[in-house]
Design a protein around this ligand. Structure first.
Ligand code: HEC
Length: 92
């Protein structure tokens, strides 16, 4: 994991988290994405602002999410939804 200093001032999010739309894509599990988005917007903003998935690549997100999902007390199933959401919106 990188050694970025964490503060209460979250990085400027672009697009704003609320604007991230879960669009329908062929062959994609939209149910997963919609549930993942909901979990992110309700569980990942309890202790700090919700970090936009597009601020990091999936390789950067995996170790962070491994730490943060237990903090957010997500069940195994919820974790899968959240991972699907991050996987879709992470920096490519
Ligand atoms: C119970 C409180 C809590 C919840 C819930 C929580 N976090 Fe965190 N998060 C922290 C704390 C404390 C830090 C800073 C210290 C650390 O890295 O452990 C942090 C740091 C972070 C960082 C910065 C890490 C870095 O190294 O740059 C990211 C990104 C992050 N959280 C994402 C999330 C996501 C995504 C979720 C939802 C799954 C989440 N957090 C839920 C407490 C929480």
């Amino acid at each position: 994991m990188d050694t970025e200093v964490v503060s209460n001032t979250a990085p400027v999010l672009s697009p704003a988290p609320q604007m991230v739309e879960v669009e329908k894509l062929p062959g994609q599990n939209n149910d997963n994405l919609t549930k993942g988005k909901l979990l992110w917007s309700t569980s990942c903003n309890k202790c700090h602002e919700a970090y936009n998935p597009n601020t990091r690549s999936m390789a950067e997100w995996r170790p962070i999410l491994k730490d943060m999902m237990p903090k957010a007390q997500l069940s195994g199933e919820e974790s899968q939804h959240l991972l699907a959401f991050f996987n879709h919106y992470a920096k490519k």
